[in-house]
Design a protein around this ligand. Structure first.
Ligand code: FES
Length: 112
């Protein structure tokens, strides 16, 4: 099996639901991760590696993931978005409507 060309790191971080910052796992990241793995299997996409990861620091717009080596970040990803994300991972276009950037990293939880 060849080395992957692209990696998708999916935040599945979980913290106390009472914490001021939300956790991607509570926003459906587990379902997104599983759906990506299933879609990868259906497509036999051996050039792609889907990796479960920790907090990527854009918690306010989770579920969050990053595609490398493209350095493209996605937020608010749902299971419905998985085919488009997989298209990107297989060399297709970036999914612009999911894309996040510096502004989302500047978001902070409301004051307690
Ligand atoms: S908990 Fe997912 S980006 Fe922070």
């Amino acid at each position: 099996m060849p080395m992957p060309d692209k990696f998708a790191f999916v935040c599945i971080n979980q913290r106390d639901p009472a914490h001021a910052r939300p956790s991607c796992i509570h926003n459906g990241a587990g379902d997104v991760f599983n759906a990506l793995r299933e879609e990868q299997g259906r497509r036999l996409a051996t050039g792609v590696k889907i990796v479960a990861g920790g907090c990527l620091e854009a918690c306010m717009v989770g579920p969050v993931m990053v595609v490398y080596p493209d350095n493209v970040w996605y937020g608010g990803v749902t299971e419905d978005d998985v085919p488009a994300v997989m298209d990107h991972l297989e060399g297709g276009p970036v999914v612009d409507y999911l894309r996040i950037g510096d502004a989302e990293f500047d978001l902070r939880p409301p004051a307690e």
